[in-house]
Each structure stands twice: as structure tokens, then as C-alpha cells.
Design a protein around this ligand. Structure first.
Ligand SMILES: Nc1ncnc2c1ncn2[C@@H]1O[C@H](COP(=O)(O)OP(=O)(O)OP(=O)(O)O)[C@@H](O)[C@H]1O
Length: 257
């Protein structure tokens, strides 16, 4: 499902946070959203998820404007893993993942075998099947992160919005998430800090001071000129034959020394 972001602007307490941001993510494409701390990545994802309203502009999901969709309808189409996702409630892991099915359930359509199968698949995909009976609040940060992603997988949306999904994860699980993004047939937009992970996506968008300063294929955007200007570091690309793409290393910018 396509997600179209048109001319989004948002100020908070008089401070511009997003300024005229437009993005077009085709159905089935993946987008990496990168930018320095405070550049507006989480805010943009929250606007795209309908969690906060922009002052100007609109977001269209498929053929419908976000603001025309009911919360239930929106949750059937779009799943969001936010950075602050969390609960201190005593809840078993499998029950937390089952919550992902909520938008599809009703009195006439209770939790069925098919829902159980979807929940099991989501837990298996995030390698948390062994923790099903454990209490969520006893898990490590990385395990909790995988439960949040499994809950959104169980939601079976056509659009996934993920705010730093590799946060807290060890390198094996980071690679597993990136591999999952590559295999997705759904549309994915994810904020990432590891610029090497951004190479896995079809498109990369760069936010700087709330403005979109670059948008295109990874090979066009993840280049020293762009990254050095935006992040104020020196970039050293090395071609990794095994990955068939550059791997970026970084050092302090000469200008900052
Ligand atoms: N509720 C709020 N009230 C005031 N300022 C806010 C609020 N939410 C976000 N901001 C400000 O908006 C700017 C963008 O924040 P945002 O969290 O979107 O950035 P980010 O690119 O996701 O940052 P990070 O990489 O550190 O996660 C920051 O300056 C932040 O302080």
C-alpha cells in the first residue's frame, strides 16, 4: 500500500520541527529515514502513524487520507513500533503479541485458530517463541523490542512504521530485522541511526533540522558529500564484495578538529 506524505509542517511551542516534508513511498517499497538527533525522524513517523496532527499538509494511505480513517481501520492497515513503546503491566509475552490482532477482532469475529497461527508465526519470526509464558516486564531491552515488533507483525498491516527497530538488539538480531525488511512485501518506513542498515532499503530520506534534504536510492544518498554535510563527520566508504555494496566507516570531521 502506497504512503504519500505531502508538505507536512509542524511546530511545537512555536519551534518548527518539520518543514514542508514530502515523501512518496510506493506499495511494497522500504524507506530508511536518517538524520542527526533531533532532526525530526520520530516526529515524522508519528505524523505518518496518525499519532500527532501536522499544522499543514496531509498523509494519504492507499487511496484514503489518514484523517478520514477510523482508528480501527487505520490499525488494520498500518502498524507502528515507536521508540517509547513499552508497558510495565504484568502481561505474558504471548498475550502482548496477541494484542496485535485487536483491530481484526469483534463480537462477531472472535480470536480463532487463524489468529493463533498468525501470532505463532510473528513470535517465531522474531525468535521469541520460547518466551511465550514469560512476563513481558522481566525481559531484557532487546527481547522487549522483539516482542513489540512481533505484536505489530501479528497486526498484519500493509504498512509498517518502525522507529529505530534495531535499538537494543545484538548484531545477529539487528541483521535479522534488516533481513526481514528486505523480504517484506508490505511497505516499510524505518528510522535508523546505523547508516549501513539504510543500504538495505529501496529508498533513503535524510532529515536535517526538520527539512528533507535528500531523498533517493541508497547509492545516490549514502554518499560522503551528503553524510559529511548533514552529520558533520568524515566518511570512509569501502566496497564489501560479499555484500556487493559499500560499507561506511566514520571518523571525526577535519572541520571539527
Ligand atoms: N512533545 C514535544 N515537545 C517539545 N519538543 C518536542 C516534542 N517532540 C519533539 N520535540 C522536538 O522536536 C525535535 C525533533 O525530535 P524527534 O524526536 O522527532 O527527532 P529525531 O530525529 O527522532 O531524534 P533522535 O535521533 O534523537 O531520536 C527535537 O528538537 C525535539 O526536542
Amino acid at each position: 500500500m502506497r504512503i504519500l506524505v505531502e508538505d507536512i509542517s509542524l511546530s511545537i511551542q512555536g519551534k518548527p520541527i518539520l518543514q514542508d516534508v514530502s515523501l512518496d513511498i510506493a506499495s511494497g517499497q522500504s524507506l530508511a529515514l536518517i538524520g542527526p538527533n533531533g532532526s525530526g525522524k520520530s516526529t515524522l513517523l508519528r505524523v505518518m502513524a496518525g499519532h500527532i496532527c501536522a499544522d499543514q499538509g496531509q498523509v494519504t494511505i492507499g487511496k484514503d487520507r489518514l484523517c478520514d480513517l477510523s482508528p480501527r481501520n487505520l490499525a488494520q492497515r498500518l502498524g507502528f513500533v515507536s521508540q517509547e513503546a513499552g508497558t510495565t503491566d504484568a502481561i505474558a509475552v504471548e498475550d502482548a503479541v496477541k494484542l496485535g490482532r485487536t483491530p481484526w477482532l469483534s463480537l462477531l469475529s472472535p480470536f480463532r485458530g487463524e489468529d493463533s497461527r498468525i501470532v505463532e508465526t510473528a513470535m517465531s519470526e522474531m525468535a521469541i517463541s520460547a518466551y511465550g509464558k514469560k512476563q513481558f516486564n522481566t525481559l531484557s531491552g532487546g527481547e522487549k523490542q522483539r516482542v513489540h515488533i512481533a505484536r505489530v507483525l501479528a497486526q498484519t498491516p500493509q504498512i509498517f512504521l518502525l522507529d529505530e527497530p534495531t535499538n537494543h538488539l545484538d548484531i545477529r538480531h539487528q541483521i535479522a530485522i534488516i533481513d526481514w525488511v528486505i523480504r517484506q512485501k508490505s511497505t516499510v518506513a524505518m528510522a535508523v541511526h546505523d547508516l549501513n542498515h539504510a543500504f538495505a532499503c529501496d529508498r533513503v530520506a535524510v532529515l536535517h533540522g526538520g527539512k528533507l534534504v535528500a531523498f533517493g536510492e541508497p547509492s545516490e544518498v549514502l554518499v560522503p558529500d551528503v553524510i559529511e554535510t548533514v552529520f558533520q563527520v568524515a566518511v570512509h566508504p569501502n566496497f564489501a564484495a560479499q555484500l556487493n555494496r559499500p560499507v561506511l566507516a566514520f571518523s571525526k570531521s577535519a572541520a571539527a578538529q
